[in-house]
Design a protein around this ligand. Structure first.
Ligand SMILES: [Zn+2]
Ligand SMILES: [Zn+2]
Length: 261
């Protein structure tokens, strides 16, 4: 499989995933043009995309969903409440392309996909575990905390996009209004660098994992700090980076390096 975050961060998210027979996007939270450009950079045309999965209705996840679906006739998958919440923002969608995930499992060609609930301030936010053959990828961003259930889902993954949203001190002393700070720090907000590092410790097992840190705040974090915080937490616990686990960063404004696994 090929995994590539096209864009990741508070300014817009779209994750590309391909198997031999299937190409999907998880979220399309930038303009249609930006996503077309991101796809072109990795050698893909938007008309090759078989589906867009939506995690939740926040604008940094749905901005380009409607445009892309209309222009390239792409089916959109989301749960019922998310559909209701995003309908007015994404414009008219062809009936055939409205795919409601009702029992949390769907198949798209050779990909078997399970959605799981995450703790975030949207109507029914979810992450996705995407299985193809014996490979598994998980998307886990936009979550205030990681439940035991989510940890057990992440444990069996080869590749995980995991949120490392903010540095707690930068957020606390930064420019955001009090209410927003409180929201981000809450259980339905975003995962801090510290909590991200601790979560990784909890999901380590014998399965080698590539973890990509993503959905960084532009104001309350920066890539080196997120990486260093997570790397320090892991090394202090005796984890050997590269041999026990691989940690990399998702880029905000352009496609990250391909992961081919
Ligand atoms: Zn969100
Ligand atoms: Zn988001």
């Amino acid at each position: 499989m090929i995994f590539c975050p096209l864009y990741s961060g508070s300014s817009g998210n779209s994750i590309f995933l391909a198997s031999r027979r299937t190409k999907i996007l998880v979220d399309a939270g930038l303009s249609g043009k930006s996503i077309e450009r991101g796809l072109a950079k990795i050698g893909c045309n938007a008309n090759e995309i078989n589906a867009i999965l939506v995690t939740h209705e926040h604008i940094d996840h749905i901005k380009g969903v409607g445009v892309l679906s209309r222009k390239y006739n792409i089916p959109i998958y989301a749960n019922c409440l998310t559909w209701k919440a995003m309908l007015k923002s994404i414009g008219k969608i062809k009936e055939n392309n409205i795919k409601i995930i009702s029992n949390s499992c769907i198949s798209i060609n050779d990909m078997d996909i399970t959605s799981y609930s995450i703790s975030h301030d949207a109507v029914d936010p979810c992450g996705y575990a995407i299985n193809c053959g014996n490979k598994r990828v998980c998307i886990a961003t936009d979550l205030g905390f990681i439940s035991e259930k989510i940890k057990s889902i992440l444990k069996d993954s080869d590749v995980i996009l995991l949120e490392s949203n903010h540095d707690v001190e930068m957020l606390k002393f930064g420019p955001y209004p009090y209410e927003l700070k409180r929201r981000i720090l809450s259980k339905i907000g975003h995962l801090s660098n510290d909590d991200c590092g601790k979560a990784i410790l909890d999901i380590l097992n014998s399965r080698f994992k590539r973890i990509i840190l993503g959905h960084l705040s532009k104001i309350n974090n920066y890539p080196e700090l997120a990486y260093q915080t997570v790397a320090t937490t892991l090394s202090e616990a005796g984890v050997k980076l590269k041999s026990d686990i691989n940690i990399s960063m998702a880029k905000r404004d352009e496609p990250s390096n391909f992961i081919n696994f």
